[in-house]
Write a protein that binds this ligand. Structure first.
Ligand SMILES: Cc1cc2nc3c(=O)[nH]c(=O)nc-3n(C[C@H](O)[C@H](O)[C@H](O)COP(=O)(O)OP(=O)(O)OC[C@H]3O[C@@H](n4cnc5c(N)ncnc54)[C@H](O)[C@@H]3O)c2cc1C
Length: 161
């Protein structure tokens, strides 16, 4: 049986065997996409230090979309409201953040979290009998993840948060 709660980093790197094509990895939270929304959610889960297991599956590299933009592109929103939770932009970052700095920031942010890059979610189906979501992702080979729609009370974050 795969472990119920992967340790930090588990399932992130190639060769880290927490799941196989034949074995579903059980998770409490699966986040599709390491854009700012997915990274923010993962950052908050990390910060809660709950026992909830989570993983972020990203089809590219975090920040990749910003590396392919034109050189002079800068955010039009100021740095203070463009940062993700808990880990802001590096000191000295200008008020209007360039696409390159933003890409580096998202990349660095993702490295603190359980993000698996180059992994595309291809299907998500709810098994009503088993009361589980079954998610298929591809990273050179297929991976299976299963999630309960309502995490067990022992793995739920504090209701006060
Ligand atoms: C040129 C430009 C300038 C912008 N400037 C600003 C600005 O100044 N201020 C501002 O607030 N907003 C700005 N925005 C908008 C901002 O970028 C978006 O609101 C924001 O990126 C949305 O974040 P998201 O995480 O919801 O989605 P996305 O950023 O689209 O991230 C989704 C992620 O999911 C991944 N993904 C999708 N499908 C799958 C799959 N099946 N399996 C695995 N991974 C998958 C994608 O690769 C992607 O990394 C700008 C957008 C553009 C294009």
């Amino acid at each position: 049986m795969p472990q119920r709660h992967p340790q930090p980093g588990a399932g992130v790197s190639e060769g880290n065997s927490v799941g196989t094509a034949a074995t579903a990895v059980p998770l409490d939270v699966l986040i599709v996409g390491a854009g700012p929304a997915g990274l923010s959610m993962a950052g908050r889960l990390h910060h809660l230090q709950s026992t909830s297991s989570y993983i972020v599956l990203e089809r590219e590299e975090p920040g990749a979309a910003w590396r392919s933009r034109y050189d002079r592109l800068h955010l039009h929103t100021v740095r203070q409201i463009s940062a993700l939770p808990y880990w802001g932009f590096p000191a000295g970052t200008p008020t209007f953040v360039s696409a390159k700095v933003l890409a580096d920031y998202y990349s660095a942010y993702a490295q603190r979290l359980r993000v698996r890059s180059h992994t595309t979610v291809t299907a998500a189906r709810f098994d009503a009998a088993a009361k589980l979501w079954n998610v298929t992702a591809v990273n050179g080979r297929p991976w299976q993840y299963c999630l309960s729609p309502s995490p067990s009370p022992s793995s739920s974050p504090s209701p006060s948060l």
